[in-house]
Write a protein that binds this ligand. Structure first.
Ligand code: GDP
Ligand code: IMO
Ligand code: MG
Length: 421
């Protein structure tokens, strides 16, 4: 039995879909435990490409997917995803936590309204209602999956919550009237469909652990979007670090055997907020273009820059990462030289940690170590030693700097373009 946790170490989009799909072959359950449809996880199997926002990536390999209590679920997006997958010949096996909070229409309206209010200080959210939904959960105004399955409790909750939300919408100057009857009808219909999936998933998972089943926990976003340890306030609203998985899935921390941190071989970010190694030059454009760095959820171009090891070390420390999976190494091919940020210069002082003040993060100048690039690369290397010598030097440097061994190298989006070490 193993419980493996896979998380992103940067600003999301590290290739979690690809890596989770790869490791799913040995899993019985694949679990999403935080975030919501702000995530966009891509899985490529031969010529088929799947982009999943809520469904755990393991369903593509036919494994049981669990959407656990820590996820915020948009039923409309979820059911569209289930229907789309079913049409494509994959009927997902899914279980959804009775405790998962539901994204309501006013969450999406308020996400947009808050961003509009912030103007040029906006977060650049995905406008999927994530922040407002997590805020309601913590403020104890949330509506959970179990509530949708019982029309009377849904009605009581709407009676209490909707007038407050309407006031907020009015304050923001948004011309929308929340229609209680319509919301009740739509969401109780979702509830009827949800009944087929809703269970206490934490009980199912803990029983599975007792039965020595293999469990793969699939993180969304990445450390630098963590609400506690990311580039706050330019973060998402959930705990994307390893600690978020035990709360979000309802399993004890000691149950986790391995914590795999995914590191894209360079850095990307979608949305606003500082990015110390951002390249606003031809190299940045090259990475964006060759790496097809377009947001999976919002289709916004991703900002690109060199690999930042201050970020990856921060991630390894906060989450106790035991192994690294390096992705998109192939994208660096053809660059004459490759830089890696090893520390920052902040107001003339060298620092090797990630500062808390967002103004300090913005003022950090990366200190780089330069590596020789490589011009050719085998498209299907079987072993680490098949990689170009310069790439091996680059990877060994990452291991040395983070003090964490690399267990997987990805050199293409497909399942087979993977080297296990
Ligand atoms: P996630 O959110 O972490 O699952 O990542 P996304 O799916 O949003 O973005 C990663 C993108 O890179 C997807 O289009 C993947 O198909 C692609 N990808 C993943 N690994 C590799 C790789 O090693 N090489 C290349 N070229 N593409 C990759
Ligand atoms: P995956 O799982 C990249 C970013 C948004 C924005 C900030 C807050 O595919 O890696 P939110 O809608 O969560 O309130 O937006 O977080 N963001 C992501 N960036 N990948 C993601 O998910 C993201 N999910 C949210 O762009 O900057
Ligand atoms: Mg993504």
């Amino acid at each position: 039995m193993t419980v493996i946790l896979v998380i992103g170490t940067q600003w999301g989009d590290e290739g979690k879909g690809k890596v989770v799909d790869y490791y799913s072959k040995n899993a019985d359950y694949v679990v999403r435990y935080q975030g919501g449809a702000n995530a966009g996880h891509t899985i490529k199997v031969r010529d088929e490409v799947y982009k999943l926002h809520l469904t755990p990536s393991g369903v593509i390999q036919g494994k049981t997917g669990i959407i656990a209590n820590g996820v915020v679920v948009d039923p409309e997006i979820l059911f569209n995803e289930i229907d789309e997958l079913t049409k494509r010949g994959i009927k997902p096996k899914l279980l959804i936590s009775d405790r998962a909070n539901i994204i309501m229409p006013y969450h999406k309206i308020l996400d947009g309204a808050e961003e509009q209010y912030l103007g040029d200080k906006k977060i650049g959210t995905t406008k999927r209602g994530i922040g407002p939904c997590y805020s309601d959960k913590v403020a104890r105004n949330g509506i959970r999956a179990i509530d949708l399955t019982d029309i009377e409790s849904l009605q009581r909750l709407l009676d209490r919550i909707l007038p407050l939300k309407q006031k907020l919408i009015d304050i923001y100057g948004i011309k929308t009237t929340l229609d209680k009857k319509e919301i009740l009808e739509t969401y109780s219909a979702y509830g009827r469909r949800l009944k087929d999936y809703v269970i206490p998933t934490h009980i199912e998972l803990n029983k599975a652990i007792k039965k020595k089943k293999n469990i793969l926990l699939e993180g969304a976003q990445g450390t630098m979007l963590d609400v506690e340890f990311g580039t706050y306030p330019y973060t998402t609203s959930s705990h994307t670090i390893a600690g978020g998985s035990t709360i979000g899935a309802g399993i004890g921390p000691r149950m986790i055997d391995e914590i795999i941190g995914i590191v894209k071989a360079y850095t990307t970010r979608v949305g606003e907020g500082p990015l110390p190694t951002e390249l606003l030059d031809k190299t940045g454009e090259h990475l964006q273009k060759v790496g097809h760095e377009i947001g999976t959820t919002t289709s916004r171009p991703r900002r690109c820059g060199w690999l930042d090891l201050v970020v990856v070390r921060h991630s390894c420390m906060i989450s106790g990462i035991t192994k690294l999976a390096i992705t998109k190494l192939d994208i660096l091919k053809g660059l004459p030289e490759i830089k890696v940020c090893t520390s920052y210069s902040l107001n003339g002082n060298k620092i090797d940690y990630f500062p808390a003040r967002i103004e300090d993060v913005a003022a950090c100048k990366p200190v780089y170590k330069t590596f020789k690039g490589w011009t050719t690369m085998d498209t299907s290397p079987a072993l680490f030693s098949d990689l170009p010598k310069e790439a091996q030097v680059y990877l060994r440097f990452i291991e040395k700097e983070t003090d964490v061994p690399i267990s997987l190298v990805s050199i293409g989006p497909g399942r087979t373009e993977t080297i296990e070490i």
